[in-house]
Ligand binder design. Structure first.
Ligand SMILES: Cc1ncc(COP(=O)(O)O)c(C=O)c1O
Length: 451
């Protein structure tokens, strides 16, 4: 199959998308009078459709658009709705709190319960709340510097930890840190950020040996450049090297919460000095958390005592508002249950293995990687770092496949081939997806060979 055939499929699918969705089109045209490109947040344009789907309602694992089309949602708000859309426990807690105050800049009564639940689920004693995972990561980098008195941080090449300026970097020639391309109005100085490839233990050890790195900020499985699994022993060696060189280990579990109750670290015994989790942590309500050890807390108290009076530079007014607290409490105690994670893991494992079989049956050299309820498929062998993973992505082809599936009622995450299974996702929905996916592979397999 040629590039021309791909273009022809794309035209057909774009026409099918547009002609079946007059309401979304009308809403996007009307919204464009006041929102650039008709969307209230510019990422909402990135679905590869001529205009966005406007959402009427989202419930459980399903989404209904403004034209009444129903979709089985495997994107789940790019993780924010990992536990399903509007989980009843969270919706009820929000409804009860909504008439009792939305924001007060004082701790809500739920606060001690939330602290106890966070400690129980994630296994760290000390916690703070922010509005977003971006903000939690930004705070943790500051605190790690305060605790260690060191200026530099280390991240893995092609990581994403939110729009934290100093982590928006890539590795250039000779390992030099460069700003990630495409950033608008950028002024950030990235000279304090060291970048190495994931799974490159010698490079990591050499960087830490310099003794000037406050913390390593890492996802335990890279999930934002496709999916890159840690090689056996890599994370243990990372932990050991951090301890040896006095560097704090910050584990960002925002996406790897999919691993199981308490995230990847809890499931595998990887001990973090700081842990960050956002997106789904409060069932989809804007809220993120960061936790830390007794040792970090003691060192923070000393740093606090030594700092000059003034603004700490951390915190935002609406963080830890009462809605966030009650949503977090409901999520920690009623969504992050062993039973829910078991269901998600089991169904995602079945989905991953069926997708692998579908590739194998057609002789396609594609693979599936999985971390609990989250999976990612892609061309070639499982990548060992972010560069390899990105090199395997064919945006035109994969975008066309996503559109094909969307037109048949299945949503995948834009940008890459991520699928997430929620507690509300059913075996029937997975079976229906696999049938559409099989048709999709029949249509596209001529383009899915070597790049
Ligand atoms: C691992 C990780 N950390 C942090 C963030 C930032 O989350 P938010 O956009 O909610 O601030 C993301 C977003 O995709 C992420 O993938």
């Amino acid at each position: 199959m040629s590039g021309g055939q791909l273009a022809a499929i794309l035209v057909r699918e774009q026409q099918a998308f547009a002609s079946a969705r007059p309401q979304s089109l009308a809403l996007s045209q009307r919204a464009a009078a006041h929102f650039p490109h008709g969307v209230p947040m510019h990422w909402m344009r990135d679905w590869g459709t001529a205009f966005p789907l406007f959402v009427h309602a989202a419930q459980g694992a399903e989404l209904v658009d403004a034209d009444g089309h129903r979709y089985v949602d495997f994107c789940l708000g790019d993780t924010g709705a990992m536990f399903g859309h509007s989980p009843p426990a969270v919706a009820a807690a929000l409804a009860a709190q909504a008439v009792r105050g939305l924001t007060t800049m004082l701790p809500a009564e739920a606060t001690p319960h939330v602290g106890e639940a966070l400690a129980e689920v994630f296994g760290l004693p000390w916690w703070q709340l922010t509005q977003t995972a971006t903000d939690a990561n930004r705070a943790v980098l500051r605190l790690a510097r305060a605790v260690t008195g060191r200026p530099r941080i280390l991240v893995f090449n092609h990581c994403y930890h939110g729009t934290v300026d100093e982590t928006m970097v890539v590795m250039g020639e000779g390992g030099r840190t460069l700003p990630r391309p495409g950033q608008i109005g950028r002024v950030n100085d990235v000279s304090q950020t060291v970048v190495v490839e994931f799974n490159d233990l010698p490079a990591l050890q050499a960087a830490l040996a310099a003794g000037d790195i406050a913390c390593v900020l890492a996802e335990p499985v890279m999930t934002n450049a496709g999916m890159v699994l840690p090689q056996p022993g890599f994370l243990d060696a990372l932990r050991t090297a951090c301890t040896r060189h006095g560097t704090l280990l910050v584990i960002d579990e925002t996406h790897t919460l999919s691993s199981g109750r308490g995230g990847y670290g809890r499931s595998t015994g990887l001990a973090a000095d700081f842990l960050v989790c956002g997106k789904a942590v409060a069932g989809g309500l804007p809220c993120a958390v960061y936790g830390f050890t007794d040792d970090v807390a003691a060192r923070l108290r000393r740093a606090e005592a030594a700092r000059e009076p003034g603004h700490s530079g951390l915190g935002t007014t609406l963080s830890a508002n009462p809605l966030a607290l009650v949503a977090l409490q409901a999520s920690l105690t009623q969504l992050m249950t062993v039973a829910n994670h078991d269901h998600m893991n089991r169904l995602a494992a079945q989905l991953a293995s069926a997708i692998e079989s579908a590739f194998r049956a057609r002789g396609l050299g594609w693979q599936v990687s999985r971390v609990g309820a989250r999976l990612e498929f892609g061309r070639g062998v499982p990548p060992c770092n972010g560069s390899q993973s990105l090199a395997a992505i064919d945006h035109d082809l994969e975008g066309a496949m996503h559109l094909y599936l969307l037109n048949r009622g299945f949503l995948l995450t834009p940008f890459h081939n991520m699928m997430l299974v929620s507690p509300a996702t059913t075996a029937g929905q997975v079976t229906a997806f696999l049938s559409a996916f099989s048709d999709c592979l029949d249509e596209f397999s001529g383009l899915m060979g070597a790049p």
